[in-house]
Design a protein around this ligand. Sequence first.
Ligand code: SAH
Ligand code: MG
Length: 205
Amino acid sequence: VENFLWIKDDNKRLMMQNLYNKAKADHVPIILDEAARMIDSWLLLLKPTRILEVGTAVGYSAIRMALVSPISKIDTIEKDLDRAKEALENIQHFELVEQIILHEGDALELIPEMTQEYDLVFIDAAKGQYGRFFEDAMKLLRPGGVVICDNMLFHGFVEAEEVPKRYRAMIKKLRIFHETLMNHPELETRILSIDDGISISVKRG
Ligand code: SAH
Ligand code: MG
């Protein structure tokens, strides 16, 4: 499947292909293709006006969401300053500064200070801290709003019996986060095993 055929503008499509290729070459952990297409589809259905993204990296997913859903305003948070700098350059290059607002800093500090209400929250940052990002972001999510999380199965380890030692603490936290989502009284959640695992949770309206 050609990844960017949905971008009708030839120049923008080429820019997107270049952004994608560079991110891959630099080993930036951008959202995988199948999961990205799933999110595209949800955006097309949901038509969110306000999106909060936790984990910008170099801006690939934010730019993709902005192109798929031009009516959406996106706040995106990145704590790595080099990545944030590159993300800002990319956002400017795509002329999306009106649509995407980049917040440099630690989401654990920034989200509690935010007051804007969001229709959609996309969590794609440090896997061991999903529970904390989620708890903070949940307060900003409108009734009927949606939380999407990437890397929920983390290379299959979340559901595996044997987990390499270096991942054990993080996987344990991700498993607890699964439980949090599945048992949450205000949410309906499904976890899909496409790519690295993606969850979609809808908040009661
Ligand atoms: N969403 C991006 C990929 C994000 S990769 C895309 O698909 O294109 C995860 C990013 O989260 C990394 O760049 C990392 O620096 C950032 N991150 C990790 N913990 C964070 C935190 N506490 N606050 C803000 N950003 C964080
Ligand atoms: Mg990810």
